[in-house]
Write a new protein. Sequence first.
Length: 427
Amino acid sequence: MAYKTGDMVRVSIDNENYEGIVMPSSSEKVLALKLKNGYNLNFEITKDVKVKVIAEAKPEKKLEIKVPKSDLPSVTLVSTGGTITSKVDYKTGAVFPLEKPEELILSIPELVDTVNIKKITQPFAVLSEDMTPAEWSIIAKEVADALNSKDTGVIVTHGTDTLHFTASALSFMLQNLSKPVALVGGQRSSDRGSFDGALNLIAAGHYVKSNIAEVAVVMHGEEADTFCFANRGTKTRKFHTTRRDTFRPINELPLAKISKEGKIEILNKNFKARTNNKVTVNTDFERKIALVKYYPGASPEIIDYYLDKKYKGLIIEATGLGHVSTQSLNKKDSWLPAIQEAVKKKMFIGFAPQCIYGTLDPFVYANARILQEAGVTYLGDMLPDTAYVKLGCMIPRAGSREELIKLMTTNIAGELNNKIPAQAFLY
């Protein structure tokens, strides 16, 4: 008899019997089983393995969820997947997406006391590692439609691993942004006592009512459930694999500190204010670009590879103030000839800082001046991930190499700082 996820089965192999609940498996050739003692076993399905269903999984009752309406400021919630919209099946230990994003409202009743959730959309549901520029484009269009329909702001739920990439993408794709957009994730699933998405969403609700018309990552500011930071989308990255306060601002202060009760403390007065402008969208993105990390001994053939593949641009994480090998004892290790050839063939080469904090400066050491003269564009304190996203967005908008360089070195969405506040370090 065929089995399915959730069934109680008995597996017989080599005169041994194992009973447990069938878990989701990444392969049809493997049976994943959760035993009664809580341990998991995987069985390769062969002719010697016998599986008998002892009890079939009971179908779960479908939830009918109605999101209450109110006279509070209206927002749209765009759900894209990730841990924040997932739950654990404690019978199997597997993590599943919520059947409907509206289920979040059941566990966060305070959210509907903060804003009027006018609409919940789910254009797709993917883990953040499966997010691509194609998904960024879809999200950007959804957000723009909502903002132009008189919404006060938009909340986007997203997996945390690549959330900062999407935040950068929306920052560049949403033009004439006139209202707040909050990206929210969760380091814990929605059914756990340590679920951080509740406070994150409530704080996001308060943020989208604010006067800050920017794309921001709104997540825990410390491990406890006390407050969240709203960090500029182009200046934020994930610092820790599991901590709830994993997102931190780089080279600047958070835009705001937001309490659960809705108190908003502006920490960075350099923000774009709310207006009545219509938001436009430009989702064109050049996919033939790459983000490359330089490291000691890295072969310049890396650049040759992308050049052979006809890539149009590279963002290179350069060391220190902006260096790669130019005068190695082994001349074959020098990246200078490869960079010169790439620039000659009209490939954009941009340097972003490999260091987490600080800015590049090609005028301190001779090697950096040589690289700049070879055609490298130094991108100041722009984060490498942000630089990669910006390059993909700017190539389709530039009519020439000179125009592309100008766009890449112009501050468009808060990605470049002329002056870095000292207190921003390790904030």
